[in-house]
Write a protein that binds this ligand. Structure first.
Ligand code: UDP
Ligand code: MG
Length: 343
């Protein structure tokens, strides 16, 4: 059997502190897999620069010059982890039989990629990396994440428990993924929808080696809200339910008040009046806000904007020139001057 061509896709956003280590670690690992004949010699590492503001791209570019296994993709601006990953996968699929996505911070155990490839050769199209435990995450992150999975499950969204975006996908699976045209892309929810033969591999998650998390609370919340509203209409149904409930309750109370009026006991208190105004007003605002959330989604989908724009793809540069050494010349021709001189 011929060895599969593997591309490891690594989204990077402001990862200058982390990258030198990542290049070495993933590079050595890939070489090891190649020399043990598990994967083809044409396997690659693809680093996607998600519009970083630091030296991330120049690091990737220079690493590519020094090591032909390393390829780079520069996005025109920051589009977020999920879209950066997609950009990487869709680019990588042209050059590979299977792709593994992994974060630049090496929190996921690189060595289990071996198991991923093993499963791929056994015929699985999608292999999910699943965290065995979360002891290295902060107490806060661990519990919010757990709550998130539970909430998603309640809302009818099928997620792989404790699986982040560390997974292997076959070329065929990525081709199918490309057919999902939605703009609000929540990979973790969409990949299980592809189907095909899939399996899970368990591993222990480590601490971030350098740099800090690019997912502060604000981004985490928006990620969770996105995940929920992209996949589930339960919140809207919930609001309608509350609406019905309050409607029936008010009917009952209305009848009661009418009875009071008829019997002459018209004690219409200011407190109850103002409370109900606030209560109903609040409910309405929640409802309108939620509906707005979905309308916003429809608005975004209707525009069909591209999810990412590629600025530079070193795969193409190398392919055109035939060898990596002349890439800098090619770049000059392309009018790309944003790179510091290599010394
Ligand atoms: N990332 C990205 N674009 C962003 C934010 C993050 O490409 O806008 C990358 C980041 O460089 C890292 C991965 O996504 O490789 C996961 O981010 P991080 O490790 O900060 O998230 P955490 O592990 O804390 O959830
Ligand atoms: Mg991380």
């Amino acid at each position: 059997m011929i060895e599969p061509k593997l591309t490891i896709v690594v989204p990077c956003y402001n990862e200058e502190e982390m990258l030198p280590e990542t290049f070495i670690c993933l590079g050595e690992f890939l070489e090891e897999l190649i020399s043990s004949k598990m994967i083809s010699e044409q396997s690659k590492l693809l680093f996607v620069d998600d519009g970083s503001k630091d030296k991330t791209w120049s690091l990737i570019y220079k690493a590519g010059l020094a090591n032909p296994l390393i390829k780079g993709l520069k996005l025109s601006k920051n589009v977020g982890h999920q879209n950066a990953l997609l950009a990487g996968l869709f680019t990588a699929k042209e050059h590979s039989d299977c792709m593994v996505s992994i974060d630049a911070d090496l929190q996921d155990d690189v060595t289990v990629i071996k198991d991923f490839v093993q499963k791929f050769t056994e015929g699985y199209e999608i292999v999910y990396g699943v965290r065995r435990e979360r002891s290295t995450d902060t107490f806060f992150k661990r519990n919010t994440a757990l709550g998130f999975y539970r909430l998603m499950k309640k809302m009818g969204v099928d997620l792989i428990y404790n699986h982040a975006d560390f997974r292997l996908m076959s070329k065929r699976a990525v081709e199918e993924l490309e057919k999902f045209e939605e703009t609000n892309f929540f990979l973790r929810g969409i990949v299980p929808l592809i189907g095909f033969q899939s399996t899970e591999v368990f591993y222990n998650r480590k601490e971030r080696f350098a740099g800090e998390t690019k997912y502060p609370l604000r981004k985490m919340l928006s990620f969770a809200l996105d995940g929920i509203t992209s996949f589930s209409v339960t919140p809207i149904r919930f609001i309608s339910l509350i609406g019905f409930l309050s409607f029936f309750i008010s009917l009952v109370f209305g009848a009661y008040f009418l009875l009071l009026k008829l019997t002459g006991n018209t004690t219409t208190g200011w407190t109850s009046l103002i409370t109900s105004i606030w209560l109903i007003g609040g409910l309405q605002l929640i409802g309108v806000g939620l509906i707005g959330e979905y309308v916003g989604k429809i608005y975004k989908e209707a525009k069909r904007r591209p999810k990412f724009i590629i600025d530079i793809n070193t795969f193409n540069l190398a392919l055109k020139s035939g060898q990596t050494l002349t890439v800098e010349k090619e770049q000059e021709q392309l009018g790309f001057t944003g790179l510091p001189k290599t010394n």
